[in-house]
Ligand binder design. Structure first.
Ligand code: B12
Ligand code: SF4
Ligand code: SF4
Length: 405
């Protein structure tokens, strides 16, 4: 948002509006942010993190962003707030708590149900936080007669290091921002402003010798503490990645069908975390542990209806079904084979391929061969044919009529 200064009421008979600045403006913004439901509000300078550029460049050079080309495309602006907007003098960083009610790790044992990351079991935070940021930005603009731009997630802004510089918390070894007062179930947003506001002191690192988040990661996504290789992260694989899930990660994904909370859930600083207070961010009961068999039946219209307004809609139906079928393959529940089988004729090769993989893990070799003869012989998509070949090869007898390649 780019709110312009309010028009001058030149001939108004009202008393002139008092314009706030410095500490007064800061206090007013803090109070308003809390009224709007932000649990944390801190301020930093746009140039507070000089190492930002080098670290981002190194991360991109290592390919750790995977297919998220948008991370590289506007790297200059991402690394330097003043490149994105030369008018910026201060950055107001906001945090909103979305603490889950139960332990997200408990869900992982319910193999016939899907685990959706805590942030996605509720209304899309982009909508909720952005709405509030706009309101706060408008307030700041009017009170201080200054310019503002508000960002949450979608703009080339590095919210975590800015939040750390503003003293809202520190980037833990899992790279996510942890607050001493609120734990790590926090969503971030930022307002860039032309106002000169007194910055807060940065927060120190309080991870110490702990490495719980690194050790629990099911896919070894941390090449080193404080660094994440997104290509190995289940959050990336189930949300951002477009094609079939690489074979090496399928078993480790377990029943996580959208995002992953493992590294966040084990952080000891969550002992201070509270359950989300913001009413619009309340978790939806039907997304807490949805049965995989139900999700595997969703067509496009039903997917949209079920996930409207939540972050889950982001993947679209086919990628979501891909994730559900991986979870079905990991369920160890032959009773879910029917749900997988129903997807062998899906119009999406992505879905058909994962259905084959799931069936390869759930049904006996003879049954798989029958299914191939009935439903797989006519398969035209190369990737799906490969899935059949690998699934059938696991009993050593190969695909009838297909030369092994
Ligand atoms: C791209 C992205 C992802 C990617 C990559 C994640 C990543 N760690 O970069 C994927 C898809 C994997 C992802 C996953 C998740 N995400 Co995300 N994601 C983003 C996004 C859009 C950009 C992050 C970014 O800039 N990454 C680039 C790398 C280079 O930046 P970085 O992580 O800060 O890396 C720093 C460290 O490596 C550090 N560093 C390097 N060496 C060293 C050495 C030392 C000693 C130190 C101290 C630091 C250090 O320097 C780098 C630059 O500061 C932000 C929103 C935003 N615009 O900021 C949300 C954001 C980070 N995501 C968020 C969330 C909630 C998640 C998930 C929890 C969702 C889920 N449950 O599935 C997971 C968490 C996974 C994890 N452990 O990070 C929140 C995090 C809130 C918070 N409290 O920090 C954000 C801020 C969105 C928001 N608006 O609230 N995400
Ligand atoms: S979100 Fe899950 S897969 Fe990604 S780094 Fe954390 S524990 Fe690993
Ligand atoms: S789990 Fe331990 S190492 Fe990881 S962020 Fe929390 S305190 Fe730091």
């Amino acid at each position: 948002m780019n709110a312009s200064p309010p028009a001058q009421a030149a001939r108004s008979t009202k008393a002139p509006r008092k314009v706030l600045a410095g500490a007064d403006l800061r206090r007013a913004v803090e109070a308003r942010a809390r009224l709007l439901g932000f649990e944390a509000v801190r301020i930093t300078r746009p140039d507070a993190v000089p190492e930002l550029r080098d670290r981002l460049v190194a991360w991109l050079a290592d390919g750790h962003h995977g297919e998220m080309d948008w991370m590289a495309e506007r790297a200059d602006q991402r690394a330097d707030p003043a490149t994105l907007w030369p008018g910026v003098r201060s950055v107001v960083v906001l945090g909103m708590n979305y603490g889950p009610e139960g332990d997200p790790l408990a869900l992982l044992a319910q193999r016939k149900r899907g685990a959706i990351a805590a942030y996605a079991q509720r209304r899309d935070y982009h909508e909720v936080v952005k709405g509030k940021l706009k309101e706060l930005g408008g307030y700041l603009s009017a009170k201080g007669d200054v310019r503002v731009k508000v960002f949450v997630d979608t703009a080339p802004v590095m919210e975590k290091p800015l939040a750390a510089a503003a003293g809202l918390g520190w980037q833990g070894k899992h790279t996510v921002l942890v607050s001493r007062d609120l734990g790590n179930w926090l969503l971030l947003g930022a307002i860039y402003t032309s106002a000169e506001l007194e910055p807060d002191a940065p927060e120190g690192d309080h991870c110490g010798s702990c490495r719980r988040c690194l050790d629990i990661c099911p896919t070894n996504a941390f090449p080193a503490p404080y660094q994440l290789d997104a290509r190995r992260c289940i959050s990336y694989l189930t949300i951002e990645h477009v094609g079939p899930i690489p074979t090496e990660f399928r078993a480790a994904i377990g029943n996580r069908i959208f995002g992953c909370d493992d590294c966040l859930a084990v952080c000891p600083w969550n002992k201070f975390a509270a359950v989300a207070a913001e009413g619009r961010m309340a978790a939806r009961a039907d997304l807490a542990a949805p049965p995989l068999a139900d999700l595997a039946r969703l067509d496009d219209a039903a997917f949209r209806a079920r996930f409207a307004g939540t972050p889950v809609k982001r993947t679209g139906r086919d990628r979501f079904l891909r994730n559900v079928l991986v979870a079905i393959g990991n369920s160890g529940a032959p009773s879910l084979a029917d749900a997988a089988e129903a997807n062998l004729s899906d119009s999406s090769p992505l879905v058909r391929g994962m259905a084959v993989w799931a069936l390869g893990r759930l049904v006996a070799p003879a049954r798989l061969r029958d299914l191939f003869n009935a439903r797989g012989l006519g398969e035209t998509d190369d990737a799906v044919r490969d899935e059949w070949r690998i699934a059938l090869d696991s009993d050593g007898s190969g695909i009838p009529g297909h030369a092994a390649s």
